[in-house]
Design a protein around this ligand. Sequence first.
Ligand SMILES: Cc1cc2nc3c(=O)[nH]c(=O)nc-3n(C[C@H](O)[C@H](O)[C@H](O)COP(=O)(O)OP(=O)(O)OC[C@H]3O[C@@H](n4cnc5c(N)ncnc54)[C@H](O)[C@@H]3O)c2cc1C
Length: 518
Amino acid sequence: MESPGRASASTAGDLTQQLIDTSYWSDEMLAAAGIPVYDVPLVSVGGGMGSFAVVDLLRLSGVPTSSLRILSGIDVPYETYSYLARNSQIPDHERLRSDSASVMDNIWGWPSYALREAFGARTPAEFAAPLFQVATEPVLTDYYTPRAVQVYRSVDREMARIGYHFMVAKGQARMVRRRYGGGYFSILTPPTGTSPTRRVAFRSLHVHVAVGYPGLKFLPDLQAYLQKHNDYRHVVNAYSPHDHVYEELTRRGGTVLVRGAGIVASRVLQRLMEDVERHGARTQILHLFRTYQSGTQGPNRFMQRKAADGVAYQGFNWPKAAWGGQLRDRLEAGSDEERAKLLKIMGGTTTPKRKLWQQEIATARQKGYYRQFVGQVEDMAPGADGSVVTRVKASDGSLLEVPARFVIDCTGLEADLTEHRLLNDLLTHGGAGYNVLKRLDVSPDFELRGTRSEPGRMYASGSITLGAYYAGVDSFLGLQYAALRIVDDLAGAGFCPKIGVGRSLSQWWRWARNRPVS
Ligand SMILES: Cc1cc2nc3c(=O)[nH]c(=O)nc-3n(C[C@H](O)[C@H](O)[C@H](O)COP(=O)(O)OP(=O)(O)OC[C@H]3O[C@@H](n4cnc5c(N)ncnc54)[C@H](O)[C@@H]3O)c2cc1C
C-alpha cells in the first residue's frame, strides 16, 4: 500500500462498467480505470456529528491524523445539523432537545453544558439559573437543554484540538466496495476543479459510515400534490428552508395548516405564535392531527408517558434508560422480535412538555387564533387566491375542506435507505442487510453485518442503524455511545490502543486546558 496522500498514475479516472458491476475490487481494476488510490488505515464517510464522534475518540486513543480520513462535502461537522435545525425553527440562540451531559466535544460528559453555561455567566442570576434547573429537572423545572450555539462552539474548539481539518477529504462519497486481499475501497468524487480525475479512491483497512438521514420524505398525499402542481411555495417541509411562510404571514396575515405532533411541530407553532404576539401577525393556525393523543400511554405503570392536547409528552426522543440503563440492556439482550416490540413501545412521535409551549398554546387558544382538528387527509388541491385546500376525513366519516395559504409538514418522515446512493450500493454490492426496522443491520458493536473484508471491518452509526441493538442512535449521546463501541471493537482488533484510566485522565486534563491531542 502507498502512503496516504500519494496518488497512483491515472488515465481516465472514472468508474468503469466493470467496477460498477463487480462487488469485490482488486487493486489492478482501479489501476486499469485510472482512478488514483490513496492509502489510509481508516475512513469515515459523512463528516457530520457521527463521524466527528468516532474520529474524536480515535484521536483521544492516540491514532494520528495521518491514519484517518473523513470523506465529506461539509466543512464543519455540525453544518448539516445546523442547517436542519435553523430550518425547523431552532435558531442558534434556541435550546435543543438533548440533556446537559450530551456534550459532543467531550467523551467524559463533564463539565456538562449546564455547568459551562453557569461559568460563562455575567450575573449571579445567570450563574444560578442553569444550575438550579439541572438540579431540579424535571420535577420543579423543565429539563435543562443547551443552546444550539453552545454545541457548535464546543465542537469548533474540539475540532481544532484534534486537527479535524487535516483529516477531511472534500467531496461526495459514491460507494464503498470490498477489496480482494482485505479492506475496502471508498470512492470519492472531489469538487469540480480540485482533482485531475473525476474520482479518487481511498484504500483502507476499516470504514465507518455516518451519512445521516438517507433523505427527507413528504407524506404520500403531500408528495402527490407537489408532483402534480409543482407548488413548493405553499406546501413546505419543516426541514427545508421556508422562512417566506413566516415573513408572508407576518406581512399579510392568513391561515396556515400545521401537520405533525412531534417536537418540530412544537417549534413551528412556537414561531407562528411568537410572530402573532410579538410582531402582530394576523395568522390563523390550524393544527391537524392524524391521531389525537390523550390520557396515559404505555403497556404498564413502569413504562408510561402522559399525553394531552393531542400530543404525547417525553423529555427526549427515547426514555432516558434507553441510552445507558436497563432499557439499553433489554434491547441488546432481546431477540429481533422483542427488540421490534420494545422499540415500538418506547418510540413514536413525542414532544417535551415545556412550560413556554403550553403557555403559548393556551394564550393562542384563548385568543382564538389556534385551532386543532383530527382526521385523515384524503387529498389536496389548489384553491382560490393561491390557497391550498386539504380534504380531511373526520372520524365520523364526514368530509371537511380546509383552505389555507400555507401547509407546513412537520411529520419528519425519513426516506428509504435505497434512496441514498451509497447505502443502496452497500445493500446491493457491499453485503449489508436490513434490521427489523428496515435500516442497516449492525452488531452491538455497530459493525455492519455481512460487510466484513478480513481483516477489515465496516461500521455504521446514526439514524441509518435504528432498529438494531441501541435505540438512541440518532442523538449526540447515541453517536458517542456508538463511537465508544466502535473504537473498543477496533482496539480489540489491534487497530488502536484501548483508552485506559491513565490515558483517559491525561486526555481529560489536556481537554480542560485546551491543549492539542497528543
Ligand atoms: C432538527 C434536528 C434537531 C436535532 N436535535 C437534537 C438534539 O437536540 N439532541 C440530540 O442529541 N440530537 C438531535 N438531533 C439528532 C442528531 O443528533 C443529529 O441529526 C445529528 O446531526 C446526526 O449526526 P449524523 O452524523 O448521523 O448526521 P449528520 O450530522 O447529518 O451528518 C451526516 C453527513 O453526511 C453527509 N453525507 C451523506 N451522504 C454522503 C456521501 N455520499 N458522501 C459524503 N457525505 C455524505 C451529509 O451531507 C451530512 O453532512 C437532531 C436532529 C435534527 C434533524
